[in-house]
Design a protein around this ligand. Structure first.
Ligand code: CDP
Length: 225
């Protein structure tokens, strides 16, 4: 059976870590929508465009071509931006770009096209509420802001990204605020989503919880029990 899984939640809640593993275990496609907003942001910064200038950012919409390859490589106009889009200078601007409706509409079109006719797990902020409102399973993954900042800081250190725990926590708080207060498709749980608080859960536990939910759903049982 074709299955679509939406995972939403605030910054650095571990959505992509979990989604990648679930995708491998279920042999379905993982779609990282945040990478698309990050790639668009990178393009604007590369071209000297102020990310807080909506008109200027939207004006280049036809010039930005973003591709997500099967191996999780992210291309922007053919350039491999997989690593650079995780840098703090991109993170600090991405929520402005993601608040512009015209840019969202263009990227959502791409996301829906990628999800057409196949089983997917897609993570972001508005997947269950806007991009895939009919998703079979909707997860809203949270953790305390301190825990999320610590996880992202550790991840950054492993990748050799220069930052401090304080700067990461500030970025996470700022993005959460902008993402949940924008007018169009803000970050919020879909009414039919299942909340998973991962503050005290290991990655393996979260993955198993989601796989259990999928298995129950596939057997036709209610997943909200
Ligand atoms: O991995 P992390 O939680 O830090 O963020 P991400 O998933 O890479 O998303 C980066 C940013 O893109 C978010 O802070 C949002 O501003 C934006 N975003 C969005 O608005 N809608 C999505 N579906 C995905 C990401």
């Amino acid at each position: 059976m074709k299955v679509s899984i939406a995972i939403d939640g605030p910054a650095a809640a571990g959505k992509s870590t979990v989604a990648k593993i679930v995708a491998k275990r279920l042999n379905i496609t993982y779609i990282d929508t945040g990478a698309m907003y990050r790639a668009y942001t990178w393009y604007c910064l590369e071209n000297g465009i102020n990310c807080q200038d909506e008109a200027a950012c939207v004006a280049v919409i036809d010039k930005v071509h973003i591709e997500l390859l099967e191996n999780e490589v992210v291309l922007c106009n053919g350039t491999d931006v997989t690593e650079v889009i995780r840098e703090p200078y991109v993170s600090s601007q991405v929520s402005y770009i993601a608040s512009y409706k015209d840019i969202r509409l263009a990227l959502v079109d791409l996301q829906r096209e990628m999800a057409r006719n196949k089983s997917v797990i897609m993570d972001g902020r508005d997947i269950g509420t806007y991009v895939l409102p009919d998703a079979d399973i909707k997860i809203y993954q949270i953790a305390s802001v301190e825990e999320r900042a610590t996880r992202r800081y550790d991840e950054n250190v492993q990748k050799g990204i220069d930052c401090t725990l304080e700067s990461v926590e500030e970025d996470v708080r700022k993005r959460d605020y902008i993402d949940s207060h924008r007018d169009f498709a803000p970050l919020k749980p879909a009414p039919d989503s299942i909340l998973i608080d991962t503050s005290f859960m290991s990655v393996e536990e979260v993955v198993n919880t989601i796989i259990d939910i999928v298995n129950k759903k596939v057997k036709g049982e209610s997943v909200n029990e």
